[in-house]
Structures are given as structure tokens and as C-alpha cells.
Design a protein around this ligand. Structure first.
Ligand code: ACO
Length: 393
């Protein structure tokens, strides 16, 4: 049981909950994670059904508006997204001014998203209508910004969007300058859907903490991006790819895992705070990875073999049964993204461009009954220490 401090009355050391593990901080109707059984629902719809039958635009509408759209609603939503795809010359210049040698694309993404607030003519309008318009703008522009950052790092000029293409296919077009084939477009659309939402994970919570101070949506989304970048969260996708590349071939996997576990190092792409069963998103992605044959390139094939070998070794150690450590969604992204030519440094930015729908949905929902998020910490230092002048210390 948690002990609360009330009226400045301290009742001894409270039960601590480091990492807010198993703490309910909000009530929501957006997402349900059934961690014990490895199930995930967006607004009540199972993720495997959405992944099979829906698309990113429809899933985004579902998350933000709270219901599946009619034909007319989806068509209007798609039109609004297309109208917001283009980036201003100010945004394109801002991206190209940042050092690609020192900054990770996530730094550039975070700064750029915060900067597009300067183009919002009704920035102080916080009505539901304005926040929904802002969500559409952010969902559309995040993909364009990530594509433009990718081109900038590759030394290419801005590629204007193609209004004829759906969201995921247009993202690939803006990244590569070529219209993607249906397989490539399907993979990106799938990834966008699988990563669109995941309740109050660290990045969504970070976005909510910022939003709860009544900071605007751009600042809040920027906070979400920052939190997503770490390797314990969204950054694990790029870290898992680096791990697989450093392993090099399946025969080396056993030695790597043994050494890592012996030195208490985390295996990237394994484990989850809430799932104690197999992450359903990883299950879907694993299936796609195994079906890549024929579309794949040699790098992706090698990564697939390494991934399957790591998974086999971890399963043999019974870490799933003992500690609930199974592959999470970030584990299989390397082989899958490599099959469509996505560079590792864009994995987490693409994750952010997917999660934007969930972040917006949560910000809008929490605002309805906003309360400043402000947990306590237990101070275990000394108090009342005499101040000694610097020359006498
Ligand atoms: N590899 C090896 N051991 C692990 C792993 C892992 N990936 N994850 C957890 N463990 C072990 C810990 O060493 C610890 O063991 P111990 O009890 O013997 O000390 C135990 O499992 C509990 O680990 P915690 O880190 O306390 O569990 P937590 O709930 O905080 O972990 C986390 C969740 C941070 C995701 C963790 O599993 C991890 O670091 N995984 C690797 C990074 C990763 O893949 N992150 C992506 C998560 S999905 C997402 O954010 C999109």
C-alpha cells in the first residue's frame, strides 16, 4: 500500500515505487495491454485484426477520434493529411542547418517538431477542434520530417510529397524519391500501425507530463520524442540492429548471449515492463520476417538468421517462463526494415512518426480532466547542514 504525505505530515519512509512500476496514473479508453496473455487492443480492436485488415490512416483516425471512420470520414481525413504533408522552406532549412555529424536524427526530429509551432497561427487555441487539427498536422508532418531528415543525412535534397500516394507509401517516396512497390509500402504501413499506440509507456507519459503543465502540443510531442530515443524504450530497435550486426553470423550468437548475460548486460529487443508473455506486435512482425523470402536482400537474410538464433538461445534458457523475458517489437525490426532498405538510424524516428497518433490521442484525452502530473520523491539526504564559506571548505 502506498503511504501519502498530507498536510506536510511525514509518516516515515513510504513504500517506494521506483520507475512507477504497476502504478495507475490515469484512466483511459485508448489502449489495453493484456501483459499476462500477450494481447493488445486499440480502442477495443485487437492489434492482429487491425494489422491484417486496416491501414495507418484508419488506425490514426480510430485512436484520435475514438471510433472507426465511415467511408466519407476516412476520405476527408486522408485529404486533410495530404494537405499537411508538405514542409515549409523554414522547416527544410532548419533540418539542413543541423550538424549530421554530431546529432542523431532523433535530436533533429525533436527540435524540428518543436519548431513547427512557429507556423501555427492559432497556437493559443486549445479547443478540441484546434487540438484535432493540430493532431492531423503533426501526423502528416512527422512522416515528412523523418523522410526529409533521412534524405538530408544521405546528402539528398527535399523531395516534395506525392498527393496520389497513401501515407506510408508517400513516406517512402519522400525518403527515396521513388514510388515504392506494394510490398515495401505494406511493410511500412504495418510498422506504422504496430507502433502507433501503447498506453502510458515512457514516451507517452513524458508527453502527458509536459501537456499536464498546459504546455502546447508541440512541446508535449517533443518530450515524447526525447523519451522515445533511449535504448530502454524506442531506441532499442536501432540498438538491436547494432547488436545483430556486431554478432555478424548466427554461429557467434551463443557466445555473445552468454557473455552479455554473465555481465548482466541487457539483450536489446528483449523484455518489457508490461508484457510477461510474447509481445503480440513482435509475433506479427516475426511472421512477416519469415515471409520476407523473395523480397529480401542478403543483409536482411543474415539478420533474420541471427535474430532467429538469438531467440532460440534465449528460449532455451527459459527466460520467458522464469522472468517474462520474450522478444519485444524492437527485436525484429532490424531484419524487416533492412529488407526495405531502411537505414538503422531512421528506425527510431520512424517509430516516432508512427507513435504520433497515440501521443496526440492521449494528450487530447488527458486534457479533458487535466491534472498536473507531479509525483513525490523520498528525500534521504541530510537537512539543516551549516553553510561553510568557499574559502573555508
Ligand atoms: N536482457 C537480459 N535480461 C533482462 C532483459 C534483457 N533484455 N530485460 C530484463 N532483464 C532481466 C533483468 O536483468 C532483471 O533480472 P534480475 O531480476 O535477475 O536482476 C529482470 O529481468 C528485470 O529487469 P528490469 O530491467 O528491472 O525490468 P523492467 O520491467 O524495468 O524492464 C525493459 C523492461 C527496460 C524493457 C528491459 O526488459 C530492457 O532493458 N530490455 C532491453 C531494452 C529493450 O528492448 N527495450 C524496448 C522495450 S519495448 C519498447 O519500449 C518499444
Amino acid at each position: 500500500m502506498l503511504i501519502h504525505f498530507r498536510d506536510k505530515m511525514e509518516i516515515g519512509k513510504p513504500e517506494m515505487n521506483i520507475g512507477l512500476d504497476r502504478i495507475y496514473a490515469a484512466e483511459s479508453r485508448i489502449c489495453k495491454i493484456d501483459g499476462e496473455n500477450g494481447r493488445l487492443y486499440y480502442r477495443g480492436y485487437p492489434i492482429d485484426v487491425l494489422a491484417e485488415r486496416s491501414n495507418f490512416e484508419e488506425v490514426s483516425y480510430l485512436l484520435v477520434y475514438g471510433k472507426l471512420p465511415s467511408i466519407e470520414e476516412l476520405s476527408r481525413f486522408r485529404k486533410e493529411l495530404r494537405e499537411e504533408r508538405n514542409l515549409s522552406s523554414g522547416t527544410i532549412n532548419m533540418i539542413s542547418q543541423m550538424s549530421k555529424r554530431n546529432a542523431h536524427p532523433m535530436h533533429i526530429l525533436s527540435a524540428t517538431v518543436a519548431s513547427i509551432a512557429s507556423e501555427d497561427v492559432d497556437i493559443n487555441d486549445r479547443s478540441d477542434g484546434a487540438e484535432l487539427r493540430r493532431s492531423v498536422k503533426l501526423i502528416a508532418k512527422m512522416a515528412s520530417i523523418v523522410a526529409t531528415i533521412g534524405r538530408y543525412i544521405g546528402g539528398e535534397e527535399y523531395q516534395a510529397p506525392d498527393p496520389e500516394l497513401p501515407h506510408a507509401a508517400n513516406f517512402l517516396y519522400m525518403l527515396t524519391g521513388k514510388s515504392p512497390d506494394s510490398f515495401q509500402a505494406k511493410i511500412i504501413d504495418l510498422m506504422f500501425m504496430l507502433q502507433a499506440e501503447h498506453s502510458t509507456n515512457a514516451s507517452t507519459f513524458a508527453a502527458l507530463v509536459t501537456s499536464s503543465t498546459l504546455a502546447d502540443m508541440y512541446m508535449s510531442i517533443s518530450s515524447g520524442i526525447n523519451a522515445l530515443s533511449g535504448v530502454l524504450h524506442g531506441g532499442a530497435d536501432e540498438a538491436a540492429l547494432k547488436m545483430m550486426k556486431s554478432i555478424g553470423k548466427p554461429e557467434n550468437a551463443n557466445e555473445y548471449i552468454e557473455n552479455a548475460l554473465a555481465s548482466k548486460q541487457k539483450i536489446m529487443g528483449f523484455g518489457h515492463r508490461v508484457y510477461k508473455a510474447y509481445d503480440p506486435r513482435a509475433k506479427i512482425l516475426r511472421k512477416y520476417m519469415e515471409e520476407l523470402e523473395g523480397h529480401s536482400n542478403p543483409d536482411s537474410k543474415t539478420l533474420t538468421e541471427i535474430a532467429l538464433e538469438i531467440e532460440r538461445i534465449m528460449a532455451a534458457k527459459k527466460l520467458g517462463e522464469a522472468k517474462g523475458i520474450w522478444p519485444n517489437i524492437d527485436f525484429f525490426t532490424g531484419p524487416v526494415y533492412t529488407a526495405v532498405g531502411m537505414p538503422g538510424y531512421l528506425f527510431t524516428p520512424v517509430f516516432a512518426a508512427s507513435r504520433i497518433s497515440g501521443w496526440c490521442a492521449h494528450i487530447i484525452e488527458y486534457r479533458k480532466n487535466n491534472r498536473l502530473i507531479r509525483p513525490l520523491e523520498y528525500y534521504s539526504g541530510e537537512i539543516g547542514i551549516e553553510y561553510v564559506p568557499i574559502e573555508k571548505r
